[in-house]
Unconditional design. Structure first.
Length: 128
């Protein structure tokens, strides 16, 4: 049995059929405001995504601030994190979030052994 995906009382299929401006009514204030102000950017991005999918090419983007809308669900997008493109598979739980939230820009710090000159005892050692 398939799990029905419901976002704020609406099923995913209903949300996909909606216009982006209509969908924005179901978001919180900050995301709604962003969608209404950057409507044309999101439309261009979706158009670009559809073209790339038809050609079978990966979707690569630097647009980390784009709000995830229902038309993007089940897409695989490569989001730039400042160094490389991180693959992000969009699932319904991501609706209303930004693409950049799923492509971390910083790695976890892993401390190793101290290098030469890091401690007082290493100052007495020769460089050779």
């Amino acid at each position: 049995m398939e799990k029905k995906i419901i976002y704020r009382g609406k099923e995913l299929q209903e949300l996909k059929e909606m216009d982006i401006r209509e969908f924005s009514k179901y978001l919180k204030a900050r995301q709604r405001r962003t969608i209404l102000r950057k409507y044309d950017v999101i439309e261009k991005f979706l158009k670009k995504c559809r073209k790339k999918i038809e050609k079978g090419k990966p979707i690569r983007t630097h647009l980390r601030d784009v709000i995830i809308v229902p038309q993007m669900v089940e897409m695989a997008i490569l989001v730039h994190n400042g160094k490389e493109f991180v693959p992000v598979k969009i699932v319904p739980e991501m609706l209303g979030h930004r693409l950049g939230e799923f492509a971390m820009t910083r790695k976890q710090v892993k401390h190793g052994a101290p290098g030469i000159g890091a401690t007082r005892s290493s100052a007495a050692m020769s460089v050779k």
